[in-house]
Design a protein around this ligand. Sequence first.
Ligand code: SAH
Length: 220
Amino acid sequence: MHDDLAASRETMVERQLIARGIAEPCILNAMRRVPREAFLSPDLRAWAYADAALPIEAGQTITQPFMVARMLQAARLKPEDRVLEIGTGSGYAAAVLAEMVARVDTVERHPQLAESAMDRLRALGYDNVNVHTADGTLGLPARAPFDAIVATASGPGVPPAWSAQLEIGGRIVMPVGPDPDHQRLIRLTRDSSTTYHEEMLDLVRFVPLIGAQGWGDMAR
Ligand code: SAH
């Protein structure tokens, strides 16, 4: 079983990532190392390298492997970066980030998801990741500034708190838009203390970002 999953992981990297234009060795190697099966419930482990998002607890999803790679590619990460992830979920994307950058803080609004993600990350030996239970639409002021902020849930727009907590030269990558089925994946780059520019990258589909600077609690 273990060997089968290791072989499936390599096939995932070749067919889902390299074949679709992910070329950065740091991303490919990180995704070769992180066991996605460890972030799934036992009954779903056989599907760990399927080309799909899969259900996790609290009605949420673990992001599709290609979309994790695409977002991290868009974030233009460097090894010394301090990264904030919003939407810890299973903890899978946080583990991939932890393989690539110096420091990861990840925020999850569901306490039970945050707790199990923290347990998995610790068991796998990731000591450069901290999981926080909070409303991530407010960023994480105590740990700011960040070189990159990556959100795996889609909001109505970029929360002002995130733009304010971004280092100059830093990048925010997030899905934006009101349609539950199609959102725009955007990158917002901070060019100076007062100026930013935004690029539209792809059409994507994510679960909603729910919070003070996201969709209100009653919105969906
Ligand atoms: N990166 C995750 C994907 C999880 S799906 C993984 O690899 O498994 C997105 C997550 O965002 C969900 O767990 C959801 O609960 C969380 N979320 C939604 N709104 C949030 C908010 N305001 N703050 C923190 N987390 C939020």
